[in-house]
Design a protein around this ligand. Structure first.
Ligand code: PRP
Length: 218
């Protein structure tokens, strides 16, 4: 077979804490991206020329979009976003950090509304996950209201009966007199791969995933 030059593999990283954690992990397996550490930089794309890797930061919910269309070969984003966006991508690795839970939360008084399968109002940043949970798993008809943040306000100001949201330490709930009423699923950071990249670059993808796995296990 004719020798071909390795093409660049591109990573889309969800902005914020997950991205820093991801870069820390990559450093441990010898993949560095010095340029990206310069916080004052406004540059959007960074590369490691020696290893033929490129990185960019995107809004979390956009990461699966870049990966589905092949604009990025890989993505790192929370499982909440993978589930909500429901894109045509492969989930290949649980990176083990960013652990939290997707839950139905509300005041204690909402517990019986859930038990009796009442037609309640559910506020969430994750309408897709909320819908799947109530309609497909619980077979309960509810009204879902999409919010973009500070979702705990929903039950406090009378917008909704409950919320579907991420719980990490539980302190946001505690400080607002709310509690976990039902648990939907565990969450953590995931690595996703474009299906065509998976076919065309199988060896490089496998090699990278294996090295990360070893490092995570260590
Ligand atoms: C997330 C989540 C909860 C909170 C959970 O919100 O939506 O509100 O963190 O964390 P805890 O259990 O440790 O209190 P985030 O801070 O990301 O902001 P948002 O409300 O704008 O979504």
């Amino acid at each position: 077979m004719e020798m071909r030059e390795e093409r660049y593999l591109t990573f889309a990283l969800g902005k914020g804490r997950l991205a820093s954690k991801t870069l820390e992990l990559f450093e441990k397996i010898g993949i560095t991206c010095e340029e990206m550490k310069d916080k004052s930089s406004r540059k959007l794309i960074f590369e490691n020329r020696e290893k033929k890797l490129r990185f960019f930061l995107a809004k979390g919910p956009d990461v699966p979009t870049y990966v589905e269309y092949g604009a990025a070969d890989f993505g790192v984003v929370g499982r909440d976003t993978v589930l909500e966006e429901n894109r045509n991508v492969y989930e290949v690795l649980d990176l083990g950090f960013g652990k939290c839970r997707m839950c139905v939360c509300g005041p204690e008084s909402a517990r019986e509304l859930l038990q009796h399968h009442e037609r309640i109002r559910v506020a969430s940043k994750y309408p897709g996950i909320a819908k799947d949970y109530f309609y497909n798993k619980k077979h309960q008809t509810v009204d879902i209201i999409k919010l973009n943040g500070s979702v705990e306000l929903g039950p406090l100001v009378g917008l909704s009966d409950v919320i579907v949201d991420i719980v990490e330490t539980g302190s946001t709930l505690r400080e607002n007199g709310l509690e976990v009423l039902e648990e939907i699923c565990p969450l953590s950071a995931r690595m996703i791969v474009n299906p065509v990249s998976m076919q065309m670059e199988t060896e490089r993808v496998k090699d990278l995933v294996n090295r990360l796995k070893e490092q995570i296990g260590a």
